[in-house]
Design a binder for this molecule. Structure first.
Ligand code: PMP
Length: 307
């Protein structure tokens, strides 16, 4: 995703030019991964830019802080307002929003307690993430040799920088093997998630997704998909899923703020179902796009309009 260097960043309470939103090399987070963040999107809609699931993202940021022991110096309302202000100030129709809370400049050493907490909101202009072609025909995915961290190592429910070294290893290995992305198993060998997205399988008309005890992030798009499935009266179950269910699934898709609803056409070079966008995935993809782009009703109040 390309940076929007002419834009403004919300940094510790004020909007500053992009070039002034900088930190010192002794910043604690740089050394010890004491950082939590969010990835949010605002889509162009007929009523101007709309932020998707703003409240849920801000809540998850606050929860991530709680889990990893970073005291968030602003109330959730203040962070939500800062996000709306930053989107408005940058003026992009369609954007990716990155709120970030981290331990800053104070002292070196593992103990974070004497380092202040800095908070930033970065907004960049952003259209389709994987490209429209891939959203239509699907991506090729490999099961990673890297597992997600065990639950008593790094907490998966926190969207913390520390977890993204694991994501990078999964993605780099997948790319080196010629795949678009990797899918990781948890420490028990059960299905977990992609490097930056949750996973769903469709099997005999039922949606399956790993439960949250499988070291996956509690994805907000995952929640949207479960809601859309309920709205469409498609049965959906969250449970512990063995790897082999992947290969015999009728359809598989990844979902996330950036990935949206992304069909998977092969796993480990095994073609899934008919090898493209399956009918159930297509219904969910259409419903999701329709809502986030303001083309359909927003029955669950997912959109926050910035104008
Ligand atoms: N898992 C991981 C590891 C992710 O990075 C993301 C993207 N934030 C997701 C799942 C999907 O989460 P969300 O739908 O909230 O974007």
């Amino acid at each position: 995703m390309k940076l929007s260097e002419n834009g403004v960043v919300w940094f510790n309470g004020e909007l500053v030019p992009w070039s002034r939103a900088t930190v010192h090399v002794a910043t604690h987070a740089l050394h010890y991964a004491t950082s939590v963040f969010e990835g949010i999107r605002a889509y162009a809609t007929p009523r101007g830019p709309a932020i998707v699931q703003l409240r849920a993202h801000v809540r998850r940021l606050a929860n991530s802080c709680k889990i990893v022991g970073i005291p968030l110096p602003y109330a959730e309302d203040r962070i939500a307002a800062a996000i709306v202000d930053t989107v408005r100030a940058n003026g992009f129709d369609s954007s990716y929003i990155r709120p970030l809370a981290f331990r800053g400049y104070g002292q070196l050493g593992v103990d974070p307690r004497n380092c202040p907490v800095d908070v930033a909101v970065i907004v960049i202009e952003h259209g389709a993430h994987f490209g429209l072609e891939k959203l239509a025909r699907g991506i090729d995915v490999g099961v990673s040799s890297y597992r997600r961290p065990a639950p008593d190592t790094l907490p998966a429910l926190a969207k913390s920088a520390a977890n993204y070294l694991n994501s990078q290893l999964i993605l780099l290995e997948a790319k080196a093997n010629g795949f678009d992305d990797g899918l990781a198993l948890d420490v028990e060998g059960l299905l977990s998630e992609g490097s930056g997205a949750n996973v769903f399988l469709v099997s005999r008309g039922v949606l399956h997704t790993p439960s949250l005890d499988c070291s996956a992030l509690d994805g907000i798009t995952r929640g949207c998909v479960l809601q859309i499935a309920a709205d469409l009266e498609l049965p959906a179950v969250e449970h512990r899923i063995p790897r082999d269910m992947l290969y015999v699934a009728d359809e598989i898709f990844l979902c996330g703020t950036a990935a949206e609803v992304m069909p998977v056409r092969s796993i480990d070079r095994v073609v899934i179902g008919a090898g493209g966008l399956g009918p159930v995935t297509e219904r969910i993809q259409r419903a999701y796009w329709g809502i986030v782009r303001g083309e359909r009703d927003d029955p669950h109040g997912w959109l926050t309009y910035v104008r």
